[in-house]
Design a protein around this ligand. Structure first.
Ligand SMILES: C[S@@+](CC[C@H](N)C(=O)[O-])C[C@H]1O[C@@H](n2cnc3c(N)ncnc32)[C@H](O)[C@@H]1O
Length: 162
């Protein structure tokens, strides 16, 4: 799946078509998922980077040691934030973003290839930065990140570094 890294202009094209922020969220389902509870508790002693918190940052539900948000609607997207992080430097979390419906919102305008290149590079960056784990819940988490080590609701789950 490796392909050329996106330029800043290509990232800008992807982001220009992202859905508006809305209250719509499945986060409530994940917050109560039993398999995730021990991992949510570990956020308290971790540096946490959340991709796409929208109106529901995880830090509002579980305390985080340090919390960094990468939210496209505040002008900084997940790929740009992760590219600046050292390897193995944070717990990466994301809810309802690694999903073609969200990341590929405008693909018919800018081309599906660009959308899927963005999603693939984002997944590579998550794997590079995550430590000692990542919590990625999204309809297409498995497509981009592979099978989770601890699955949750058939929607991705907890990933551990290889
Ligand atoms: C469906 S909402 C989910 C919001 C929240 N995580 C939740 O579960 O309630 C998707 C959010 O991800 C943001 N988003 C989409 N693509 C993004 C990207 N590439 N980088 C950062 N945020 C992104 C959107 O702006 C939106 O706020």
């Amino acid at each position: 799946m490796a392909s050329q890294k996106l330029t800043d202009a290509e990232i800008g094209s992807v982001l220009s078509l992202i859905f508006p922020m809305s209250e719509a969220s499945c986060l409530g389902l994940f917050l109560e998922e039993r398999a995730l509870q021990p991992w949510f508790k570990l956020l308290k002693s971790s540096r946490v980077i959340e991709i796409g918190p929208g109106l529901n940052p995880i830090a509002s539900y579980f305390p985080c040691g340090e919390y960094v948000a990468a939210e496209a609607h505040t002008g900084i997207d997940g790929l740009t934030v992760l590219r600046r992080q050292p390897e193995r430097s944070a717990v990466v979390v994301s809810f309802n973003v690694i999903d073609d419906f969200v990341l590929g919102a405008g693909y018919e305008l800018y081309g599906e290839a660009l959308n899927s290149r963005y999603a693939c590079e984002l997944a590579e960056e998550i794997k590079r930065v995550m430590n000692p784990f990542a919590i990625i819940l999204g309809a297409d988490a498995t497509k981009y990140l592979g099978r989770p080590d601890i699955p949750a609701l058939n929607f991705g789950g907890v990933y551990l570094p290889q």
